[in-house]
Ligand binder design. Sequence first.
Ligand SMILES: [Zn+2]
Ligand SMILES: [Zn+2]
Length: 296
Amino acid sequence: MFILPQHHHLHQAATIRRHHHHHNHRVYCAITTQIKTRPKLEQVVINTTTLVTPPKIDDPSLKSTWSQRAWVATGCTTVLASLASSVIGSYDSHIWLEPVLSGFIGYLFADLGSGVYHWGIDNYGDASTPVFGSQIDAFQGHHKWPWTITKRQFANNLHALARVITYTVLPIDLILHDQPVTMGFVGIASGCIMFSQQFHAWAHGTKSKLPQVVVALQDAGVLVSRSQHAAHHRQPYNNNYCIVSGVWNRFLDENKVFEALEMLVFFKLGLWPRSWSEPNSDWTEEAEDSPGIYFS
Ligand SMILES: [Zn+2]
Ligand SMILES: [Zn+2]
């Protein structure tokens, strides 16, 4: 069973013990309790150092490091290897329609996947959650200071997903390289997932400052639009999670798919999603220090 890692401060241990005290009629495993102790601001301020102040425009935390660039390079290589396997295999076996169709399904799948993942890290866990903690923390920071994503350098924004793609897709490339239809799906889906953070950053851009081709693709619905994603950053903060094309957003929101998943998670695991809480400092955007960058 997971117990708090040793580097956590006493404050956090104290918070959790208090929580145990209040709810000592129930038994949770430690990780569940940790996830449930989120919403209060003072806890966030005490527990995590990264969420206290927004990064400044030229903050080093927004710049790419060489290791981040290396991960983006391996991620891109992985995606290109998948696409190359698909093209070469299709050429050899004279099939074109199937790999193109499977690539298109990969594009649709990536948008859905981005939505489910984004919903998960927006609603559950915190900075101390194993594996996903840094992503959860980053997305919480993004809700407070959405405009900073436009100030991040390319690899700084993409490296986390590039790393995941490298670990998961590279083995698939090696095993299934002779299956052009599958590789078409894998290549397009993994490429769109890796670049979803770039599409997300563009969704926060100002029309006049974005490349014209990006604006055209956003307006055509190929990439997630600025207006659709702006709705994600407004009350009630529980919709428009998809950040590749956004093509799934309407269907998922109208059919309350995430609400159904939240009910399922609550009744099966007892976890309370952040979106059920009153809009609080976890979600609301702080006053912006560089007006005009966001929502325009
Ligand atoms: Zn979000
Ligand atoms: Zn956003």
